[in-house]
Write a protein that binds this ligand. Structure first.
Ligand code: NAD
Length: 482
């Protein structure tokens, strides 16, 4: 495949960065291949996109629910009609296995279908009052919404923000990850093809386009998914009077209790820790195991790990794809080096894999670390790759204490055959999402998704679920006098 040129989309026009600067996105499975070339936008491009959004938002905010729902449904159909093209592009640009890419590419149109129907559900309420016969609330759009996304689910995550924002009548400025410009452009073009008016959805690519989008006070709300470091900067910048929602990182545990079904637990660990090469916010970096289960679980997981075949996402034999880029490889190496300094032992993996053709990509051996102390950086910090610690615990209380002894609180799995232990842990483990005998990864299409503690803004209204529209709408209460 030859590289695809992607441009910004501003006010209905497809334009390069004003500076003319571009950047390349290379295939993480074979960095010799340039997949896309996109504009490296700066403040001037972002300002033009916000100008366009401000202008378009008034008109769009007055459209009927049916007008908005029709466009979302049409965009959904357009994406659905090119799932295989999207899969091929996503595998090359992002690196995930074709099966995982297909999963994401087919889920994205469904998100838009769901949000199309939300346009009809922007309801208010009436309130009994001593004051006047009618007190009621109504919802309207927020205005201009800035959407900033990471690279690991370039279609799905962006659709979960752009979809509800548009359904509520907001105009959007979308700043996708510079590691996934091609996928973002496919998403944006589907709305344009569906007839979305010019300026309602604007896209600015680049490494430095996020900060000016957040800084511009005309942007009424920022919805962000990404790292804690960036999330903290955005949170500081946003101030009073504007909205922000942050979906951040995790250091998610799998708790394997003393009565767990061992083979099921092995499956939960493998899927939680190594699917998407560990590059999921909900991926498990800590396996906390009852001492009677520790040796057998470790042995069985090691056996499964030895069967993993690293390779490009489009090779049928591959069972784990590459990391997203060389920075990610360096970050694995430094996290593991810090762990070793703290006294951890590498049970398996621990290195970049560069055998044969893999030398051209960013492959990393799935890794287990043993003997890490609770306060060690490998236990406390998100690593965002296929690197996990195994810890032995005496009992369920110690398991819960260990699970909660980090600043994050996104997802957690409990492996047990006891309903009462499952319920006990589900109440006490500090995570926005708790899964019983299920992997930490994955999301329900229509259920709330989000974290607590440092994993986000903890409103638990973000993205999926019936409360999703709260962020994208302003409520106003009206006292009707006679
Ligand atoms: P990142 O924070 O590096 O980048 C995310 C986005 O922010 C990119 O578009 C980037 O260009 C932009 N950005 C960078 N600096 C900015 C600034 N100062 N102001 C505004 N925007 C700025 O994150 P990433 O590496 O792309 O993604 C990986 C992270 O995302 C991991 O921590 C992962 O856990 C997290 N994540 C969380 C969820 C969730 O739902 N909680 C889902 C996926 C990924």
């Amino acid at each position: 495949m030859s590289e695809v040129k992607v441009d910004n989309r501003i006010g209905g026009a497809i334009v390069p960065a004003k500076s003319g600067k571009v950047f390349e996105r290379r295939n993480p499975a074979d960095a010799r291949e340039v997949v896309s070339i996109a504009p490296d936008s700066d403040d001037a491009d972002v300002k033009a996109a916000i100008d366009a959004a401000c202008e378009a938002s008034l008109q769009w905010g007055r459209t009927t629910p049916t007008q908005r729902a029709n466009i979302l449904s049409k965009a959904s159909g357009i994406l659905d009609g090119k799932v295989e093209t999207l899969v091929a592009g996503m595998v090359k640009e992002q690196g995930k296995l074709a099966a995982d890419a297909r999963n994401e590419c087919s889920r994205t149109p469904k998100n838009l279908e769901l949000y199309a129907t939300e346009a009809y559900r922007l309801s208010g309420a009436t309130f009994p009052s001593d004051d006047t016969p009618l007190v009621y609330s109504v919802r309207g759009p927020v205005g201009v919404v800035g959407v900033i996304t990471p690279w690991n689910f370039p279609l799905n995550l962006a659709s979960r923000k752009i979809g509800p924002a548009l359904a509520a009548g907001n105009a959007v400025v979308f700043k996708p990850s510079p590691l996934a410009p091609l996928m973002s452009d496919h998403l944006a073009s589907s709305f344009e093809e569906a007839g979305l008016p010019a300026g309602v959805l604007n896209v600015v690519h680049g490494f430095a386009a996020g900060a000016p989008l957040v800084a511009d006070k005309r942007v009424n709300a920022i919805t962000f998914t990404g790292s804690n470091a960036t999330g903290e900067k955005i949170h500081r910048e946003i101030g009073i009077g504007r909205r922000v929602q942050l979906e951040l990182g995790g250091k998610n545990p799998v708790l394997v209790l003393d009565d767990a079904d061992i083979d099921l637990a092995v499956n939960v660990v493998m899927r939680s820790s190594f699917s998407l090469a560990g590059q999921a916010c909900t991926g498990a970096g800590r396996i906390i195991v009852a001492k009677n289960m520790f040796d057998v679980l470790l042995e069985k997981v090691l056996k499964e790990m030895k069967k993993i075949v690293l390779g490009p996402g489009n090779a049928p034999e591959s069972t784990m794809g590459p990391l997203v880029d060389g920075v990610a490889v360096a970050s694995m190496e430094s996290a593991i080096a810090a762990g070793v300094k703290d006294g951890v032992e590498i049970a398996i993996g621990g290195r970049r894999s560069a055998a044969g053709e893999l030398q051209h990509g960013f492959f990393f051996e799935p890794t287990i670390l043993l003997g890490a102390k609770r306060n060690s950086s490998v236990v406390q910090n998100e690593i965002f790759g296929p690197v996990v610690t195994f810890e032995s615990v005496e009992d369920i209380d110690e398991a819960i204490n260990s699970a909660n002894d980090v600043s994050y609180g996104l997802s957690a799995s409990i492996c047990t055959q006891s309903i009462s232990k499952a319920q006990h842990c589900a109440q006490l483990v500090e995570a926005g999402m708790v899964r019983i005998n299920r992997p930490t990864v994955g999301a329900a299409f229509n259920a709330p998704f989000g974290g607590i503690k440092q994993s986000g803004t903890a409103t638990h209204k973000e993205q999926y679920g019936p409360t999703v529209m709260d962020f994208y709408t302003l409520q106003r209460t009206i006292w009707m006098g006679s």
